[in-house]
Every structure is written in structure tokens, then in C-alpha cells.
Design a protein around this ligand. Sequence first.
Ligand SMILES: [Zn+2]
Length: 170
Amino acid sequence: MAPKTIICPICDFRQPNFDQCVNCGAIFSKLFEVSKKKESVQAEELHGPLKSIEENTSGGGKTAIIPPEIKGWNWGAFLLNFIWAIGNRTWIGLFSILPIVGYVMPIILGYKGSEWAWRNKRWESIDHFKSVQRSWAVWGTVVMILLLVSFAGLFYLVLHPGEQSLEQVL
Ligand SMILES: [Zn+2]
């Protein structure tokens, strides 16, 4: 049974149970509709994040949710820094070529690289992302070893100049 009087939610005026407030003119059925809509929006906000973990959020920019599977140290980003940055459209990584900032940027890239790459570029899936990042790490390691070997070679030549000239080696 409907109550005999109703209190207007807008102005608190108590009146017989009409649909419209005599005091302020608010229409109660419309107010009720609005509050129902608000409820469904709130429900969406609550369940949204849960759903998007299952969804592919890559390439979604700053607000994209990071799947927990991709978090962790990124060796490719650390070792290949600015080359990796170009390949992964993570332009902040180009700071690696600057003096001073360039010393810390690879460390930041190693730490944050995976998150940034996930947000900045569209990937087919988490597995796709992981396998591409794995090959960046492999190439980073190969490049590092080649660099170390050639530096060692150069040092050897500098320390033993008489034994072999640079021309003969090249
Ligand atoms: Zn009212």
C-alpha cells in the first residue's frame, strides 16, 4: 500500500502522495529514474576493472590496466634502452641518449619498461607481449656480449701495441 504522505527528496516538503511536489515542482517518478541510472553506473564502475584484466588493455594509454603477468624487470629495455624505446613506441626511453639522464634512464626503463610498452603499443595478447619482450632481452644480451668482446679486444690492442697492428686485425 502506498504511503499517504510523501516527503520531497529535493525540498523536504511533506505532502499527500502525488507524483509532483507542490512546493518545488520536482517530479518524483523522474527522480526515481535518475537514481536508478546512478546505481547502474556505480555497479559498472565496480565491476569494470575486474573485467578489463581479462580484456586486452594494451595500447590504452595512461589509464590502461596493467596485467600482473607482464610486470617485472625488462632486460631488453634495460640493455637496448633507446633502440628498445623506438621499437616499443615508448618515446620517454629516448632520454637514454642524453648526458647524465642517460645513465639512469636504462634502470628506469628496466623497471618501468614493460608497463610503458603495454600502455603505448597495441599487443595481440599477454603471451605475444611476453614473447616479443623475451626476444628483445635475447638481442640485448647478444649486443652486450659483442660490445664487451670488442672492448676487450680494443683494450688488448692498446696494451699490446707491438704484437698486432689494428690494420691486421681489421
Ligand atoms: Zn519539493
